[in-house]
Design a protein. Structure first.
Length: 84
């Protein structure tokens, strides 16, 4: 599955996540993956600096009930890492 966030989704801000542990705000442009393992690509803001083409790889605790981006991003993450 590969999803590019639409202007409507961006207006609803479903593509934004905040990782408190890393003080990182992620504004996704695309989401790809399947079966609980995904990569969110977009712009990250860390300590006031913006990083474009930033990627976060993550694994959900359980496979999502739906492959809808909103359901995936709102599910509980088992782990995440930054893709270099």
């Amino acid at each position: 599955m590969e999803h590019i966030f639409t202007p409507e989704e961006k207006e609803r801000e479903i593509q934004k996540i905040y990782l408190e542990e890393d003080e990182l705000l992620m504004e996704g442009e695309s989401l790809r993956g399947e079966k609980g393992h995904y990569i969110l690509q977009g712009t990250a803001t860390i300590e006031g600096e913006r990083y474009h083409d930033f990627e976060i790889e993550f694994q959900l605790e359980e496979e999502p009930a739906s492959e809808e981006p909103e359901a995936i991003l709102n599910a509980s993450w088992d782990w995440y890492d930054f893709v270099l």
